[in-house]
Design a protein around this ligand. Structure first.
Ligand code: NAP
Length: 344
């Protein structure tokens, strides 16, 4: 197929077998398995190459690496292994998919247009914003969503971390390498983070917990953050905390801009898949945080990417054999993710 850049994306073949959208752990694993099934997958990276793992300083819980490694190192290993078996990696951003015809159409902001028999969606998630006054104005000027990227600029300074999950705990610990004081503002009086991270947080004398507290405004002067206005979630009392930086880790939102009206999503915007990673459109599969609102680990995303590629391989075998493709997603199974989440 020729894309509008004029080069052949698939050795002159007019239709791709599978296009993988996204370059996080799910995407590269799908690439590895699809390549080993001889599908010559095309993986389109998106703008955030490597996804969220690429902005993680230390990965301690991915099996096989007892000596922790950095997120970017792990992403490079994923890419190298996927490419070794024939995954083609394009650094481009998918801007549109057309799913009401088959083969599907995938268009990119780089001007390419592809036809493909199947798609594996692994677009991941992005940080959730506080959506309070001052946050946008001071993003990049003291407000940050990535300690690994920006921690260095806060050497000897005071910072606050917002959130109570694994990310907030992990990133607060990381920030103690640079900042002289790290205060975690959490809206409850109990962290959500895993026990091991909580223990490390409580044992670190540079970290203070500020319970039952949310920021309601980011304050600044001359283009830098000078403090946050906070509210006590129990008493409602407002307070002013002087600080140089605000690091926000309050969860993530699925990267689903391509899918409204095309693929079925739950109330939080995650793609709904069945246990074979199938979406509601035959030939389109999804893996990783775009469809997982429960586990969100590198290890689970890798497993989902593997499953999606195996299911895609079966789908394409049926298609190439001329069998009518059965896409009898059991409505009970399809509904299961919602029910499971509700019961969680
Ligand atoms: P998370 O687990 O969803 O935690 C988000 C935190 O932000 C919660 O403590 C939540 O408070 C708080 N929050 C949400 N909205 C807020 C708001 N508007 N204002 C103030 N606080 C708000 O998100 P995460 O920490 O990014 O973790 C996401 C997933 O990745 C989890 O499954 C986690 O286990 C995983 N993860 C794992 C590791 C690791 O294993 N090392 C590291 C990072 C992330 P409540 O507690 O009151 O809900």
């Amino acid at each position: 197929m020729s894309n509008t850049n004029g080069h052949s994306a698939n050795g002159g073949n007019p239709v791709e077998d599978v296009i993988i959208i996204g370059s996080g752990p799910a995407g590269f694993t799908a690439g590895l398995y699809a390549a080993r099934a001889n599908l010559s997958p095309l993986l389109i990276t998106g703008n955030d190459y490597g996804g969220q793992v690429s902005i993680t300083y230390d990965i301690e819980n991915y099996p096989g690496f007892p000596v922790s490694l950095s997120g970017p190192e792990l992403v490079e290993k994923f890419k190298e292994q996927a490419e070794k078996f024939g995954t083609r990696v394009e650094f481009d951003y998918v801007s549109e998919i057309v799913v009401d015809r088959h083969p599907f159409v995938v268009r990119t902001s780089g001007g390419a247009e592809y036809l493909t028999r199947s798609i594996i969606v692994s677009t991941g998630a992005r940080p959730r914003y506080l959506e309070i006054p001052g946050e946008k104005d001071f993003t990049g000027k003291g407000v940050s969503y990535c300690a690994t990227c920006d921690g260095f600029f806060f050497r000897g300074k005071d910072v606050v971390v917002v959130g109570g999950g694994d990310s907030a705990a992990e990133e607060a610990l990381f920030l103690t390498r640079y900042a002289s004081r790290v205060r975690i503002l959490h809206r409850r009086d109990k962290l959500r983070a895993s026990k091991i991270l909580q223990d490390r947080v409580f044992a670190n004398d540079r970290i203070e917990l500020v319970w039952n507290t949310i920021p309601v405004e980011v304050l600044g002067e001359g283009g830098s953050v000078t403090g946050v206005k906070t509210r006590d979630t129990v008493t409602g009392a407002e307070n002013l905390l002087k600080t140089d930086g605000v690091f926000v880790f309050i969860g993530h939102l699925p990267n689903n801009d391509l899918f409204p009206g095309k693929l079925e999503m739950d109330e939080d915007g995650h793609l709904i898949t069945d246990r074979q990673m199938r979406t509601n459109v035959p030939g389109i599969f999804a893996a990783g945080e775009i469809q997982d609102k429960i586990f969100k680990q590198v290890a689970t995303s890798v497993g989902q990417g593997c499953a999606a590629a195996m299911a895609t391989t079966r789908f394409l075998e049926d298609l190439h054999a001329g069998h009518a493709v059965k896409w009898n997603v059991d409505p009970r199974e399809f509904a299961a993710p919602r029910a499971a989440v509700a019961a969680w």
